[in-house]
Design a protein around this ligand. Sequence first.
Ligand SMILES: [Zn+2]
Ligand SMILES: [Zn+2]
Length: 177
Amino acid sequence: MHSVRIITLGSHPRDVSLDLLARGIRDILSLDSVIEPIPLDIDAALDPSRKQYHSTELLASLVELESSGEHRVLGITPYDLFIPVLTFVFGQAQLNNRAALFSTFRLHNEFYGLPHSPARLEERCLKEGLHELGHTFGLRHCMELPCVMNSSTYVEDIDLKPADFCLHCREHLRSVC
Ligand SMILES: [Zn+2]
Ligand SMILES: [Zn+2]
C-alpha cells in the first residue's frame, strides 16, 4: 500500500488547503497522505532571467527526499515552473516512479484577470495533483474525455476535465496501487 508525502516547495501556496487536497486524493485514489510542514528550499532551481523555477530540477530534489522509494512524493509550489522547451508547465511527474509536482501559479483565477474563487482553485489543485500522481503510477495521457489524465495546455482544459479517472485508467490504477 502506497502513501503520499505532500511537500511544499519554496513556500506554502496562498489560499490552498493541503488538507482538502489530501482528502481528495484519499477519496479518488484511496491513498493516505502525510502533509510535511517544512517547505523545501528551491532557490537553486530558479532561473533569474525567466523568473521561473526549473521543474525537472525540483523533481530531482523530491526524488532525493524519498530515497526509500516506498512512498509517492507530491510537491506543490506557488511559483511558476518551466522546462527549457516550454514557456511554462503546470506540473511534471516521473512516469512509473515516485515523484510528482505542480504549481498553483497559473491555477488562480486572478492570474487570468478573473475574480478570486477559492473553490475553483481547490478543484484545479486536486485535478493537477491526481493527474501528476497518475503518471507516477504509470498512466500516460488519456484520450478519453471524462478523465483527469487528459493533457492540459490551458487552464480551461483543466476546468473541462473531471477530478476523476476514466474506467480504463481506473482499471490500470487498481492493478498497481
Ligand atoms: Zn501529464
Ligand atoms: Zn483515462
